[in-house]
Design a protein around this ligand. Structure first.
Ligand SMILES: *Cc1c(COP(=O)(O)O)cnc(C)c1O
Length: 408
């Protein structure tokens, strides 16, 4: 038993006895790579040759003129391979897997984005790959399931519980227990038992490191505020960590769903509905009832629809270092429309939460203030949801014709 790291009162590693030696091996392997400067260099090299890093920052002059307040910059994580920041984490954990001499990776996925990123990494590094996904999610996310399989991964439908993300996580842990020797579990966000929050935030810190240097170079000063959406919390912790020692206000934006007072949201820290508990191996704020049963969550953005939240963010909130807000589905759709029309940007629905909050605040800020929004991913994947929300008649006709073609 090496260590069970906490962030304030949050985090820890509440794991079955049988996994302790595997976790200790992982803690040790990660400590070694962290202390090895060549490892970070190897990681940066992979990311710059395989995934378009450093991703640029874009000055959004049309937003800036439109709102008439702060100067608005966008950090472009949407330009990564597989379309979001998730690749930063999976490529890093892939390198770690190689260092540990393991040959197989497993992962959980909800919306399917992390599954696709992991399957991509496994193809590139030559690992066997198994993805656990709830049956309900498989039915909702066909395109991602299609890509995972084409990339060579085995997708296992999880039939337990509500058959969604949390059940897929449990199934992945069960697999790991029986295959510890050759298998690494590539957890998808800054949650779960230690050392996962630390490992994932280490790899995602590449966003903040770049962003800080880029804004200093372009504006000659730090941003007044940085905005990021918060599902598990990995893109937020990634960009925020570049500014932890600076006088920069960090704003995390959760899914407000149909409104914080409706019960249909996924806001663990910005609403009053989140309470402290231990589940899935770690301690944090969860959306749960008084018996500790997990509640149903809702968001227009599948990637923000999760009952728990990073212990790192829970602790930073407690210390007053990150402010938490929420954006409703409607505010997010409006922000997305504006991003498309004004800047030609196509943010993922997740990322559009950060845009929505920045848009609420930018008009009241000074013209000399600079703010930065993390565009965690691109919205191409959301075409079905977005087209539904706009009730686009041409799209509906296209889908209907395709369906008829298949049924003929
Ligand atoms: C998965 C995902 C998120 C949510 O995950 P975090 O760990 O909170 O970053 C946000 N944006 C995009 C584009 C995603 O794919």
């Amino acid at each position: 038993m090496i260590e069970r790291r906490y962030y304030g009162e949050f985090g820890g590693a509440y794991i079955p006895e049988i996994l302790v030696s595997t976790f200790d091996q992982l803690v040790k392997a990660f400590k070694e790579v962290k202390d090895d400067p060549d490892f970070w260099e190897e990681y940066v090299k992979i990311m710059s040759t395989y995934s378009c890093r450093p991703t640029p920052i874009t000055f959004a002059e049309n937003f800036t003129r439109h709102f008439g307040g702060a100067r608005i910059y966008i950090k472009r994580e949407d330009l990564n391979h597989t379309g979001a920041h998730k690749v930063n984490n999976v490529m890093g954990q892939g390198l770690l897997t190689k260092r540990m001499g393991k040959t197989r990776v497993i992962a959980e996925t909800g919306a399917g984005q992390h599954g696709v990123a992991t399957a991509t990494m496994a193809a590139k590094y030559g690992f066997k790959c198994t993805i656990y996904m709830g049956e309900v999610d498989i039915a909702r996310q066909s395109p991602n399931v299609f890509w995972m399989k084409r990339l060579g991964a085995e997708v296992i439908p999880v039939k337990d519980g509500a058959r969604i993300l949390k059940d897929a996580i449990n199934a992945a842990f069960r697999d790991w227990v029986t295959n510890m020797d050759d298998t690494h579990y590539v957890l998808g966000t800054v949650c779960g038992p230690h050392p996962f929050p630390e490992i994932v935030s280490y790899f995602q810190s590449i966003i903040g490191k770049e962003a800080r240097g880029q804004i200093l170079e372009q504006e000659g000063k730090l941003p007044a505020r940085v905005y990021a959406c918060v599902g598990g919390g990995s893109n937020a912790v990634g960009i925020f960590s570049g500014f932890f020692n600076d006088p920069v206000e960090l704003v995390g934006v959760e899914a407000g769903g149909k409104g914080l007072d409706t019960g249909h949201h996924a806001s663990r820290l910005a609403s009053k509905d989140g309470t402290i508990g231990v589940a899935q191996g770690y301690k944090t704020y969860f959306l749960q009832n008084s018996d500790g049963q997990m509640q149903e969550t809702h968001s227009v953005a599948a990637g923000l629809d999760y009952v728990g939240v990073s212990p790192i963010l829970a602790s930073l909130r407690e210390e007053g270092k990150v402010r938490f807000e929420s954006a409703t589905d409607q505010e997010v759709m409006d922000a997305l429309s504006l991003a498309l029309r004004k800047e030609g940007l196509v943010p993922a629905l997740e990322s559009a939460h950060a845009f929505a909050q920045a848009f609420k605040e930018a008009p009241d800020m000074g013209k000399d203030d600079v703010i930065m929004i993390n565009q965690s991913g691109r919205g191409d994947k959301d075409i079905f949801t977005i087209a539904d929300a706009y009730a686009d008649p041409e799209w509906q006709k296209f889908i209907k014709e395709k369906a008829e073609e298949y049924c003929a």
